[in-house]
Design a protein around this ligand. Sequence first.
Ligand code: BGC
Length: 454
Amino acid sequence: EVIVVKHLEPFRLSLEKLKVVSTRLRKDMIRGLGKHTHHRAAVKMLPTFVRATPDGTEKGDFLALDLGGTNFRVLHVRVMEEEQKMVKMDSQLCAIPQEIMLGTGEQLFDHIAACLSEFLDSQNLKGQTLPMGFTFSFPCEQKEIDKSILIRWTKGFNCSGVEGEDVVKLLKEAIHRRGDYDISSVAMVNDTVGTMMSCGYRDQTCEIGMIIGTGTNACYMEEMKNVKRVEGEDGQMCINTEWGGFGDDGSLEDILTEFDKVVDRTSINPGVHTFEKMISGMYLGEIVRLVLMKLTEKKLLFKGEVSEALRTKETFETKFISMIEDGLENAKKILTELGLTWDLVDARVVRLVCETISSRSARLCAAALATIVDRIRVNRGLPHLKTTVGVDGTVYKKHPKMQPSMHFLTPDCKIKFLVSEDGSGKGAAMVTAVAQRLLSSLTQSQVYFSVLDI
Ligand code: BGC
């Protein structure tokens, strides 16, 4: 086992190293916010045009669309002021088959429009035009709240003809091709923003949203005076950091392992989303598989015998990691299913590999989150900051390991984590609801200038 530990050494990041990573991210965030530096920045720091978190007085009925993983969802959400509650009235799930994830943009949006049509029919909503929030969990250059240009696909999507295009326009075109219903205003939302906003309705100190699921990312409320790419100095704006792209300019070269490099090279988007590939669910299982392969080749596992399954890309699912960490019994079952001949030492080594990879993921996320929290503290000139982070994503929910390491990284901040329930769906409705609240409290001339810019 001592030799095994040596092979896992490159994955173990000391507190000192995490602080170095955090300092690099701090610099990259500043670069991403800058007027002249953002074009080349690895961490994109995208303005979201969301200028306020909920204050509890929002109300109304909304539609929410949610696209970010292998499913697309439509929801009908009611926000009730009296009870400060957001209620999901109903929802529908449509699977996005692999052919569509890798097909044309037209096919993707036709599929979405068809799913929406079915839902509106089932709810008898075709006559009404409810305000709509669209959670689209990919990096987008937002021009206005309803104009959002896809920068690039991530997380296994690669539909042609969408990068560089306005997603709202593509959705509207697909709906017009059908011609059986229409939509009015659409607010475009990243899932991190949705998560922050839905948690913000329960806890008004929530000003950060974080996702560790298939992909990873975070958003937070930044001072407008620091958002150099958007006119205006007053108030705040939510920034979608797109921290998944951290390291795309080579800045994380010293912590990348040979396994990370293989994962990147064999992914459908090599060279991009370096940080995400060390952290999120889409990749963790594959990193573990590659490490197990290497240890087997070195005769440190399974008596040197690799099974066909273990040799095949992506057969070691990310969910196996938390299952194996939960108990050796699970480990034994999974190894048998993967066609491996194992003994007790093998099962223990596999568990050690899983723990190492998931704890690196948690520690890197903690370092990145610490950077954001401390930035908010410094922005406000405070010696101490108490804040709440809305979190979502299966990897986080299965690995709440992150919290203990946080304290060492942010000694001046106290962080509360609020796990979001259905954040990316309900949050889109909440963004729309806050927009409406702001609109109804503005004078006519202000409305004129801010109608597309909540
Ligand atoms: C996307 C982000 C998203 C994150 C979590 C990343 O791949 O670039 O926009 O927030 O995944 O879903």
